[in-house]
Design a protein around this ligand. Structure first.
Ligand code: ZN
Length: 135
């Protein structure tokens, strides 16, 4: 079951450039920074009420975020992440509905969460993530 929007993933060229905008112009506080080698990104997390913002900076030209920035040079919203009870069950529900999956098994993403992505070709152009705390 989907419980909430957990976070929005936002692609940026540089965290050092982007973090001051969120802190100074919007008055949000950077809560957590982490490198996620499996996704070749560095992340910075902010909270806007109950929804988080996950800024994503590529650490390699092979990163999915680097590819996104080639098409969207200014950066922008990269994905929406739904908080779910059970990532595997949510993937199965989507697959049963005919949705193409990027990941057919959850993997460990930032902040120790289990995450998996649906393919944007099957989701009307919105890259969709499911995430759940690791139990
Ligand atoms: Zn995410």
């Amino acid at each position: 079951m989907i419980n909430k929007i957990d976070h929005l993933g936002i692609a940026v060229r540089s965290l050092d450039e982007a973090v001051p905008y969120y802190e100074k112009a919007l008055g949000l506080k950077c809560e957590h920074r982490e490198e996620v080698p499996s996704q070749k990104v560095r992340t910075a997390f902010f909270s806007a009420g109950e929804v988080h913002l996950e800024l994503l900076e590529p650490t390699s030209p092979e990163s999915p975020i680097a590819k996104f920035l080639e098409k969207n040079p200014a950066g922008g919203i990269h994905h929406i992440a739904f908080g779910v009870d059970n990532v595997q069950a949510q993937l199965q529900q989507a697959a049963d509905a005919g949705v193409r999956l990027i990941n057919d098994k959850p993997f460990e993403g930032a902040a120790g969460k289990l995450v998996a992505f649906l393919h944007p070709k099957s989701t009307l152009g919105v890259l969709t993530e499911f995430c759940a705390p690791k139990t």
